[in-house]
Design a protein around this ligand. Structure first.
Ligand SMILES: Cc1cc2nc3c(=O)[nH]c(=O)nc-3n(C[C@H](O)[C@H](O)[C@H](O)COP(=O)(O)OP(=O)(O)OC[C@H]3O[C@@H](n4cnc5c(N)ncnc54)[C@H](O)[C@@H]3O)c2cc1C
Length: 448
């Protein structure tokens, strides 16, 4: 259903389910569009995946996970026991995982699907990051989400030959797309990150990506929610349990949401932004969302002498992010664990991160006893692109499935959602917005 923009100004009500960065940005964009917003969130605002992540806001990486390279890496991990990818097979005996997995493979090997995702990320990542900061400035909290626009250094371990591809793609990013990405040799890499001097022999090269930035995503969600509340949005600290569908001659719509304590929340419109749980909720209303949880971990410890100098680093191919947040905290984030809905902390994943940190900083005494260990479920779609869309129910919308790019895509996704609801165009062309429609997965059945 198209929501009349003028009607929105008259204060139609919207219930947003999920208070991660996606739900909060959605709530904020809706408030700004004139809606009365209620947010349903059982825990702390921004305390799930949005808190656990690596906090990077990159314009220099723009390839969705669903790619032949990722499939190769997954297979390699299975064959060699590489612990970056971990599988809890018992939890994966599940038709949802099977159908998601098959579609992931389909997306990875379909050139058109990959090109679409790459095009979007390459073209719109700068705007994504600009919107996040612009809104923070408008709401008066500026850089308070530990924002730092100091670029990113990607460090590649392995042989010089293995680095050739990364150097070539940095050159192509710069020459073809104007990205400020510069390949470096091992010496130049260590000159930019002197704390790695002890392991220079392991380094094949680096890429200096000067436009990347970072900020604390969980903190951003909390600060932005404060602004929403000041502008009249309301919070219900409860879990949404059920969506009740109503049928009329005009079609079907959501009548209300039932909360865990049995109370009902009525609204004119409903938006699901419940991260990796969005699929479970939508399934109750017969809407199939191919969103699967892919767990990741972060360990945050106090900054110590000898540790990273630059505030944003990655290590490849070990796929680890190192982010310094403010002056006192350094975060190590990595791992893709396929464990269904099990959100428990797996010690082997935690240990794997520590092992990799030790490999790169063998002599630095990071204090793991003080580590804040967080786990988050990336809400992944098969093509690693979000679902920002209406549904078969007239007043049910989805803004979820941002996967490994959720912090980066957060506010622009909210802009696109509001445009989809109100039909008032946003800064992204309609044809591009339409590529996030749920209908791209139309062949999929409702389950659950
Ligand atoms: C290790 C790691 C590193 C990452 N690094 C980056 C990065 O550097 N850059 C980047 O852009 N992205 C990154 N991501 C991805 C990013 O963190 C996610 O895409 C993003 O946080 C998803 O936000 P969300 O709001 O959809 O989900 P969440 O933050 O998980 O929020 C969902 C919310 O919904 C609530 N909820 C669930 N069920 C219900 C219910 N029934 N009723 C009401 N509420 C409910 C939950 O309590 C939760 O608060 C990373 C992820 C991980 C795990």
């Amino acid at each position: 259903m198209v929501v009349n923009a003028a009607a929105a100004q008259k204060g139609q009500t919207v219930c947003v389910v999920g208070g991660g960065v996606m739900g909060v940005c959605t709530a904020h964009a809706l408030v700004k569009a004139g809606f009365k917003v209620t947010l349903v969130e059982p825990g702390g605002i921004g305390d799930q995946c949005s808190l656990a992540n690596a906090c990077s806001l990159r314009t220099s990486s723009y390839v969705p996970l669903a790619s032949p390279g990722a499939v190769k890496r997954l297979l390699w991990a299975l064959l060699t026991g590489d612990q970056i990818y971990q599988f809890r097979w018992l939890n994966l005996v599940d038709p949802l995982f099977a159908s998601w997995g098959l579609r992931f493979l389909g997306a990875a090997f379909t050139e058109e699907v990959r090109q679409r995702g790459t095009y979007f990320l390459r073209t719109y990542s700068p705007l994504c990051i600009e919107r996040i900061h612009e809104v923070a400035v408008q709401e008066g909290f500026g850089d308070d989400y530990e924002r730092e626009a100091g670029g990113m250094l990607n460090v590649y371990t392995g042989t010089a030959a293995s680095f050739k591809g990364a150097a070539a793609s940095a050159d192509a990013s710069r020459n073809d797309w104007g990205k400020q990405c510069f390949p470096l040799d091992a010496k130049q890499t260590v000159a930019l990150e002197p704390s790695l001097a002890a392991v220079e022999g392991k380094i094949a090269g680096g890429v200096d990506a000067r436009e990347d930035e970072h900020g604390d995503c969980g903190k951003y969600a909390k600060l932005l929610w404060r602004s929403c509340e000041k502008q009249g949005a309301q919070l219900i600290v409860q879990k949404a349990k059920k969506l009740e569908v109503r049928t009329s001659s005009a079609g079907t719509s959501i009548d209300h949401i039932v909360l865990e304590d049995g109370a009902k929340v009525h609204a004119d419109h409903f938006v699901l932004s419940a991260g990796a749980k969005s699929a479970q909720l939508a399934a109750q209303a017969g809407v199939y969302l191919p969103i699967y949880p892919v767990k990741g971990y972060s360990l945050t410890v106090p900054v110590v002498e000898g540790g990273p100098v630059r505030s944003l680093l990655t290590f490849e191919p070990m796929q680890m992010y190192i982010t310094t947040l403010g002056k006192n905290r350094v975060r190590f984030a990595s791992i893709a664990e396929f464990a269904g809905q099990d959100m428990s902390v797996s010690q082997s994943c935690v240990d794997e991160i520590k092992v990799r940190v030790k490999e790169m900083w063998p002599n630095v005494p990071f204090d793991w006893t003080k580590a804040d260990i967080l786990v988050g479920a990336r809400p992944m779609t098969p093509d690693d692109m979000p679902i920002i869309s209406g549904t078969k129910h007239q007043n049910l919308f989805i803004n979820s499935g941002q996967g490994s790019f959720g912090w980066r895509l957060s506010y622009l996704s909210a802009d696109i959602l509001v445009a989809a609801m109100t039909k008032v165009p946003c800064s992204v062309p309609e044809s591009v917005c339409n590529s996030f429609n749920l209908s791209r997965f139309q062949s999929m059945r409702a389950t659950g």
